[in-house]
Design a binder for this molecule. Structure first.
Ligand SMILES: Cc1cc2nc3c(=O)[nH]c(=O)nc-3n(C[C@H](O)[C@H](O)[C@H](O)COP(=O)(O)OP(=O)(O)OC[C@H]3O[C@@H](n4cnc5c(N)ncnc54)[C@H](O)[C@@H]3O)c2cc1C
Length: 390
C-alpha cells in the first residue's frame, strides 16, 4: 500500500548544510510525462528524487473541457506484449483499469493519480517552480516556499498551461480553447473558431452537437491531409465524429484561409481573413491555435533549435547545461516530433538510464525490460514522419 506523501518525501530527501532539501533528481510537472518518467526513475533504482507540480497530479488533463476525450484509443493489449497506447508505464493499461476507450481529461487525471499512488511516487503538489539556475554543480529551483536543490532536473511541465495566444491582429480578443471548462456551458448560437487541428475540430463537434452554428478557419486543411500518419492527419476518432449529420449541418470548414484580424465593436466580433472575407458573431471567437509550450520558461538552460525547440543530446539532455533534461511533447530530434503519449513515453527510459549511469547505478536489466515493451526508443531511423502539435 502507498505510504503517506510526507513519509515518502522525508524518506528520500537529503538536507544540505544551509537547510535546503537536496535531491539526485527533481522532475518538474506531474502530468503524463512527469509521472511516466518518475516511474522510470524509480524502476532504474534512483531513490532520492522528487516530483513537483504547481497544481495537482494531472492538472492539465483535469482542466480539459468536460466533453473532450482522448483521440488515441485505449485497449487492454498488454497481455500480448503491446502496451496500451495511452499507458505511460510498463504493465499499466488505462483501458483495463478505467474500462473506457477514449477517456476524458478528468478520467485520465484520476488514472495518473491512481498509478502515482500505486508506485508510491514522491510528489509534492502546489509547488510552483519560478526559476531554475545551476550554480556550483547543483540546480537551484526557486519555489514559493523556498529553494530546492538537485543534481539533475527533468523539465516535464508540458504545453497545455502555456497556450499560444498571438498569431494575428486581435488574437487576444479570442478565447483559447484550453480555458473553456465545458462547451455545453458556452452561451450563444454561433461561433467562429480559428484553428482546425484536433482542438478546433473537437470544439466544432461539441458545439454542432448542441445545434450551434460553427465557422472554422485553418491556415491549411488538416481534414484533407492524405497521409496515413495520425499525427499529421486528423485522428480516426475525429473523422468519425465529423461524419455526423449535426456536424455536416452546422459546421462550415474554411480550408487554406488564414485569419488576418479580429476586432470587436459594440459587442460584435468581426473576423477578417487574408483573402478579404469578413465574418461576424456576438460570441467571443475561439482560438485553437496550439501551445507555445513551457520550454520557453527554461530557454536559458538549453540551446535553441532553428524551430525554437530545445536542442537535446541523444539522452534528451541540454547540450549546454549538463544534468538538465526534457521530457514530453516538446522533445524534438531532427525532424522527429514526440507529441503524443505513445511517442514521448519511449524516451522516459533513455533519460532515466542517463541519470542512473551518472550516479553509477547499473542499467542493463532496466533497459532490456523497457526495450522489450517498446518503451526504449534509441534508434530514430524507424520514425520517418513528422507530426503537428495537438
Ligand atoms: C485537447 C487535447 C487532446 C489531446 N489528446 C491526446 C490524445 O488523445 N493522446 C495523446 O497521446 N495526447 C493527447 N494530447 C496531448 C497530451 O495531452 C499531452 O501530450 C500531454 O498533456 C503532455 O503531458 P505533459 O506531462 O508533458 O504535460 P501536462 O499534462 O501539461 O503536465 C505538466 C504539468 O506541469 C505542471 N507545471 C507547469 N509549469 C510548472 C511550473 N513552473 N512549476 C511546477 N509545475 C508546473 C502543470 O501543473 C502540469 O500538471 C491532447 C492534448 C490536447 C490539448
Amino acid at each position: 500500500m502507498p505510504g503517506r506523501q510526507e513519509d515518502i518525501n522525508e524518506a528520500s530527501e537529503t538536507v544540505s548544510a544551509d537547510g535546503s532539501e537536496q535531491y539526485d533528481v527533481i522532475v518538474v510537472g506531474a502530468g503524463a510525462a512527469g509521472i511516466g518518467v518518475g516511474i522510470a526513475i524509480a524502476h532504474v533504482g534512483i531513490e532520492n528524487f522528487l516530483i513537483v507540480d504547481r497544481e495537482t497530479v494531472g492538472s492539465s488533463f483535469s482542466s480539459w473541457p468536460d466533453e473532450t476525450r482522448f483521440i488515441t484509443p485505449s485497449f487492454p493489449s498488454n497481455s500480448i506484449g503491446m502496451l496500451d497506447l495511452n499507458s505511460i508505464a510498463i504493465g499499466i493499461s488505462p483501458a483495463f483499469s478505467m474500462k473506457v476507450e477514449h477517456p476524458t481529461g478528468k478520467e485520465y487525471a484520476e488514472h495518473l493519480q491512481d498509478i502515482s499512488d500505486f508506485f508510491e511516487l514522491p510528489i509534492r503538489e502546489k509547488t510552483d517552480v519560478r526559476n531554475i539556475e545551476k550554480n556550483d554543480g547543483l540546480f537551484h529551483l526557486e519555489t514559493q516556499e523556498g529553494t530546492l536543490l538537485a543534481k539533475n532536473v527533468i523539465w516535464a511541465a508540458g504545453e497545455y498551461q502555456y497556450p499560444l495566444l498571438d498569431g494575428f491582429v486581435g488574437s487576444e480578443l479570442c478565447r483559447h480553447t484550453s480555458t473553456v471548462p465545458s462547451y455545453g456551458g458556452l452561451d450563444g448560437e454561433d461561433f467562429l473558431i480559428v484553428g482546425g487541428y484536433e482542438s478546433g475540430i473537437d470544439a466544432a463537434v461539441h458545439l454542432s452537437n448542441r445545434d450551434k452554428k460553427v465557422r472554422l478557419f485553418d491556415l491549411n486543411a488538416p481534414w484533407l491531409e492524405e497521409t496515413s500518419d495520425p499525427s499529421v492527419a486528423l485522428s480516426t476518432f475525429s473523422f468519425e465524429r465529423m461524419n455526423n449529420p449535426k456536424f455536416e449541418e452546422h459546421t462550415k470548414l474554411f480550408a487554406n484561409t488564414p485569419v488576418e484580424s479580429v476586432s470587436v465593436e459594440d459587442g460584435v466580433y468581426v473576423l477578417k481573413t487574408q483573402d478579404g472575407q469578413t465574418f461576424s458573431s456576438t460570441n467571443q471567437p475561439l482560438l485553437a491555435g496550439g501551445f507555445s509550450g513551457s520550454h520557453k520558461f527554461v530557454s536559458h538552460l538549453f540551446d535553441e533549435r532553428d524551430d525554437g525547440f530545445p536542442e537535446l543530446n541523444e539522452s534528451d539532455e541540454s547540450t549546454i547545461v549538463p544534468g538538465m533534461f526534457l521530457c514530453g511533447p516538446s522533445v524534438r530530434h531532427d525532424g522527429h516530433i514526440f507529441c503524443f503519449i505513445f511517442k514521448y513515453r519511449q524516451r522516459f527510459a533513455i533519460v532515466a538510464q542517463a541519470i542512473a549511469s551518472s550516479l553509477d547505478i547499473p542499467t542493463d536489466e532496466f533497459v532490456e525490460a523497457y526495450r522489450s515493451w517498446g518503451m526504449y526508443l534509441d534508434d530514430l531511423s524507424c520514425c520517418g514522419q513528422e507530426c503537428l502539435t495537438c
